[in-house]
Design a protein around this ligand. Structure first.
Ligand SMILES: [Zn+2]
Ligand SMILES: [Zn+2]
Ligand SMILES: [Zn+2]
Ligand SMILES: [Zn+2]
Length: 303
């Protein structure tokens, strides 16, 4: 029904639409008392009533206040201001009528979490469901790759595979590492790329980020570790990083941050080993022609 209505499609894709005249209208009664179905099963009735709780315009579940026109067509709070006070179904003035009956019906529903396919077995009252879903530990993660806008989401094993296959990220087994970063022109900070290495240890995955950014006017290097999992798990680990050369050394000890947090958030909070460019050039040997950094590190589990 709503899916094939061109007006609703137009409203979905435009933020501001004046609805044209539409002859066909949705009659809620027809959905429940379809004469073709002489004896609908209880499950079918339940699912038809549930469909009524989806906004006919944006198709999202409706939450109070649910609005309706004087003919009884419903619309969600988000869509209401976008239709110029005209019911998109019958063009009657929308006014300010709450659909209390539907709000009450909704409160009697318990629905599975939308991340059921990811393993969540929770069933929640209609009005508590979206709050749970915003915090559900089964909700998929965003791709932790920092370099480009990547819209891939998934669980950890899916993302590890995606990093390997699509971003060609280096994968390492073990809790210690020893990396060399070499850059031929250390003055071109904008061109110096970020790097990502994924470590697998303790049955978990960690992302080591190494990159340049501007700290005020000063170009700096930063290295930090992210945990591929939730924050509560991330806190059970610690890591250390050491960078040095040419008789100098810097050491950092930290706690990995969850990939639930955006990469740039963590970087901008300076929660990692920050190396001033001058220091980095000392480490590299001091001829200022090449950046050569040796970063060693270790990840361990706190008892
Ligand atoms: Zn809507
Ligand atoms: Zn209407
Ligand atoms: Zn859930
Ligand atoms: Zn990606």
């Amino acid at each position: 029904m709503a899916l094939s209505n061109p007006l609703f499609d137009a409203i979905r894709s435009n933020s501001d639409v004046d609805p044209p005249q539409i002859e066909e209208s949705i009659d809620v009664g027809e959905l429940i008392n379809d004469p073709a179905q002489t004896a609908p099963k209880p499950a079918e009735i339940l699912s038809s009533v549930r469909d009524l709780l989806d906004c006919p315009v944006c198709l999202n579940p409706m939450y109070p206040p649910i609005h309706q026109c004087s003919n009884g067509h419903t619309i969600c709070t988000d869509c209401k201001p976008r239709v110029h006070n005209r019911c998109p179904t019958c063009r009657h003035e929308l006014g300010n009528i709450r659909c209390l009956a539907l709000e009450k019906v909704a409160s009697s529903f318990a629905l599975p979490c939308k991340y059921k396919a990811f393993g969540c077995i929770g069933i929640y009252p209609y009005y508590d469901k979206s709050e749970h879903e915003s915090q559900c530990s089964y909700r998929p993660y965003n791709c932790p790759y920092a370099g480009s806008q990547c819209s891939i989401v998934g669980d950890i094993s899916y993302l590890v595979n995606h990093l390997k296959e699509d971003h060609k990220v280096d994968m390492h087994n073990g809790s210690t590492f020893n990396h060399r970063y070499v850059k031929s022109n250390p003055h071109e900070v904008e061109n110096a790329t970020w790097m990502l290495t994924v470590f697998s240890c303790y049955g978990q995955y960690f992302c080591l980020h190494f990159e340049t950014f501007q700290l005020g006017a000063a170009p700096v290097y930063i290295a930090f570790l992210r945990f591929m999992g939730d924050d509560s798990e991330a806190k059970k680990y610690s890591y250390s990083l050491e960078v040095g050369g040419n008789g100098r050394k810097m050491v950092w000890q930290g706690v990995p941050r969850s990939i639930r947090e955006s990469h740039s958030n963590i970087r901008d909070s300076f929660d990692g080993l920050i190396i001033q460019r001058n220091m980095a050039l000392f480490f590299s040997g001091g001829d200022r022609k090449e950046l050569k950094l040796r970063v060693t590190g270790r990840i361990w589990k706190e008892q």
